[in-house]
Design a protein around this ligand. Structure first.
Ligand code: SIN
Ligand code: MN
Length: 273
């Protein structure tokens, strides 16, 4: 699947894309059904919320479950990443951030490259983060917030926050966030199950606590161009995979899924908040 010229233009302008209907409800239901068993596993790849102890993020899923193994090779994800990168990509990180009902905690304002560079020695901000909503994401259950255009203002200064949540993250200070928001505003990335997001390594983003009675499971795969591989190996493999061989796109059989690969997905502009 290739992104249209309009989608490419929007990606370069805003730093992200929201693509509604990339996956169908049957696919997201089957992926969601795998989660309780995966979350019940006793593994360091299941990282729990600081307060409630509920799973916050379950990593390395393509190595733990066959359906997620197929998902990281799905042409609807791999091909746009190759197209935007202009070269083969490897699977850097695979997870579901579930943001549980009532207890899912915040992701602070950050851009991913600050962590990828500082922790893993990734040379350039060329990795791409692709999300698939495994259930509906609304204004209530902790959607991602994006600052459009923030990727064009150069990487903001970042510092390591090991206190706010259970997951150490290089974060952007409020004064820099305020400057970026003055220029670009904030967009809330909401949509029905099956919606996909694509965003780059220097886009500033965050998400609030989930106060609602609805979980917010989002699948995320980070692809990194093979020529931009990690140079430091201090974090566990499930956080940044050591296998930097190119991922090969898997095309779905015809008739499987609602849209197949023949019909282009319908792009959706996220509403401004
Ligand atoms: C979230 O799951 O809300 C944040 C994910 C991210 O920072 O990529
Ligand atoms: Mn992030």
């Amino acid at each position: 699947m290739q992104l249209s010229s309009n989608q490419l233009e929007r990606f370069h302008r805003d730093g992200f894309l929201v693509i509604e209907g990339l996956f169908d409800r049957d696919e997201t239901r089957r992926l969601r059904a795998r989660l309780p068993a995966l979350f019940a596993e006793d593994t360091p790849a299941n990282i729990r919320e600081k307060s409630s102890g509920e799973v916050r993020t379950a990593m390395g899923l393509h190595e733990r479950d066959s359906l997620y193994g197929e998902l990281v090779r799905d042409a609807r994800l791999v091909e746009p990443a190759e197209q935007l990168s202009g070269e083969p990509v490897y699977v850097q990180q695979v997870k579901v951030n579930v943001k549980s009902a009532f207890s899912g905690e915040v992701w602070q304002w950050h851009y991913d490259f600050a962590t990828h560079h500082s922790e893993d020695g990734v040379p350039e901000p060329h990795a791409l983060n692709l999300h698939v909503f495994l259930d509906d994401v609304t204004e209530f259950n902790g959607p991602l917030y994006f600052i459009p255009g923030s990727h064009r203002h150069g990487p903001a200064p970042a510092s390591l926050d090991t206190v706010t949540t259970s997951y150490p993250l290089w974060v952007v200070a409020p004064e820099h966030v305020a400057e970026l928001v003055e220029r670009g505003g904030i967009v809330s990335a909401t949509g029905p199950a099956g919606t996909a997001l694509v965003f780059g390594d220097t886009l500033v983003h965050a998400s609030p606590n989930n106060l609602s009675p609805w979980d917010r499971p989002i699948f995320s795969v980070i692809y990194n161009p093979v020529s931009n591989a990690l140079t430091r190996h201090q974090r566990p493999d499930h956080v940044h995979h050591r296998d930097t061989r190119p991922v090969r796109a898997l095309h779905r059989r015809q008739g499987h899924g609602r849209r197949g690969n023949r019909e282009p997905p319908r792009p959706l502009e996220a509403g401004r908040a």
